[in-house]
Write a protein that binds this ligand. Structure first.
Ligand code: HEC
Ligand code: HEC
Length: 387
């Protein structure tokens, strides 16, 4: 063997070893889930993967600054079609229980989506059930049927892995959902590598400001009442009175939204109504949205990148949403704005004014330095921190 060939062979072997080492951190099922999550062929027309709306570099939520700053809602594989909500994080969702009513607390808990409609009642796992939805949603990946998705997977370059993991042909589509859920729960997507996590293990210290923010988060700010550690959600639902986002393209899609501009996002209540529950059950839930995880809320590729917050992305910065919690009931209300502006000193009417949470927010009496400290604490929840 010539020296050059030897060198090339060595380099090749090294790379292969590296490849195995990297993929070796995932189980075959998680590895399959990863292939499915990033596969742009699993849409009609091709081009849209789950990652188009759940990007790793922003904590698996909307990865495009310009969209977050404006319409918030991501276009589907058919680019003229839009859903109606902001993509929540696909990370850290795996601990949400099967949707149930907790009679003691008088709260609905669990499920997936802002309105809980991926309940987990069918597969016994809300995350796996959720993962079966987007491939078939005409406003998202738009495939005609589960069989079409399975066919595409069988024709993919990870076919062998698929056949290794999914052995029962009658359960192929279910197996796809479960593999994606396994990947979303894996150490790669939900790694618990934030500064906060290293602080819990005693490996780093929080700055005095971050420490103060944590104390406010758990105390005067009342945040931990709903955003409970370690995932920073208790998987329940609440109506915070978030105003409408007038730029939501769903208002202008008569084919999918016959109500047009009069459409109201009724969240959990709307789902329970469509699922056939009595008004006595769904009316108290109208306007309530799932409490989202706060892990990675501040994670972004650069400081100028805009992220949108809440189910309709009305807020464009953490300062804005914290200010809203603090002052919703203190500042006067403004007439609905054509364009939501930062630094506002009044708030438009809530999108849904029934069932508003008035006991845990609205008038927290935080100073602007205290608001800043809470934001500083939220920034310690971004994964990928090196201690
Ligand atoms: C076109 C953008 C888009 C695509 C593509 C997409 N999603 Fe989503 N995803 C969303 C939106 C919007 C929501 C919230 C919808 C709602 O609440 O009604 C969501 C919700 C979720 C949730 C729920 C998280 C929670 O805490 O409730 C998970 C998990 C998720 N998506 C994973 C996926 C997976 C897996 C795929 C691919 C199979 C995918 N998404 C494809 C936009 C998208
Ligand atoms: C009563 C329960 C409750 C309390 C208390 C609460 N939150 Fe929330 N939080 C929610 C719910 C519900 C949402 C989603 C609301 C919506 O989309 O309409 C949310 C959304 C958020 C978001 C947006 C996350 C995203 O991905 O869009 C942030 C950030 C946030 N809360 C931070 C805080 C902070 C900081 C505090 C304390 C000052 C706090 N929350 C107190 C329930 C609560």
């Amino acid at each position: 063997m010539s020296k050059r060939v030897l060198l090339y062979t060595l380099v090749l072997v090294l790379f292969m070893g590296l490849g195995i080492a990297i993929s070796g951190t995932l189980t075959p099922q998680e590895q399959l889930g990863k292939q499915l999550f990033f596969d742009k062929n699993l849409s009609d027309p091709v081009g849209q993967a789950c990652a188009a709306c759940h990007g790793p570099n922003v904590g698996y939520t909307g990865p495009k600054s310009i969209i977050n700053a404006t319409i918030v809602v991501y276009p589907g594989a058919v680019h003229t079609r839009f859903g109606n909500r902001k993509p929540p994080a696909a990370a850290y969702a795996g601990d949400s229980p099967i949707l149930y009513y907790d009679a003691v607390q008088g709260l609905w808990v669990g499920g997936m989506f802002w309105d809980g409609r991926a309940t987990g009642w069918f597969l016994g796992d809300p995350l796996a059930e959720q993962a079966q939805g987007p491939f078939l949603n005409p406003l998202e990946q738009n495939n005609a049927s589960p069989e079409v998705v399975v066919e595409k997977v069988l024709a993919s370059n990870y076919q062998a892995l698929f056949l290794q993991v999914c052995t029962d042909a009658s359960l192929y589509y279910e197996c796809i959902g479960r593999a994606i859920a396994a990947y979303e729960r894996s150490k790669e997507v939900s790694p618990y590598t934030s500064k906060y996590d290293y602080w819990l293990k005693g490996q780093v210290v929080l700055t005095p400001k971050e420490q103060w923010g944590l104390a406010l988060f758990e105390g005067k700010g009342k945040c931990a009442a709903c955003h409970a550690a370690p995932v920073f959600t208790d998987f329940s639902y609440d109506n915070l009175g978030v105003p409408k986002n007038p730029l939501n393209p769903f208002y202008y899609e008569p084919e999918w939204n016959p109500a047009g501009k009069a459409w109201v996002d009724t969240g959990l209540g709307g789902f329970l109504e469509s699922a056939g529950y009595d008004p006595a059950i769904y009316e108290p839930e109208r306007g309530k949205m799932k409490v989202p995880t706060l892990r990675n809320v501040a994670k972004k590729p650069n400081p100028l990148f805009v992220k949108a917050y809440a189910h309709n992305g009305y807020f464009k910065s953490l300062h804005e949403i914290v200010h809203f919690y603090n002052t919703r009931d203190v500042l006067g209300s403004c007439s609905a704005k054509k364009f939501p502006l930062p630094g506002i000193n009044c708030w438009p009417q809530p999108e849904v004014s029934e069932n508003l949470n008035v006991s845990e927010m609205g008038n927290l009496g935080l100073s602007s330095m205290e608001e800043d400290a809470i934001v500083a604490f939220l920034k310690t929840l971004s994964d990928g921190y090196t201690p």
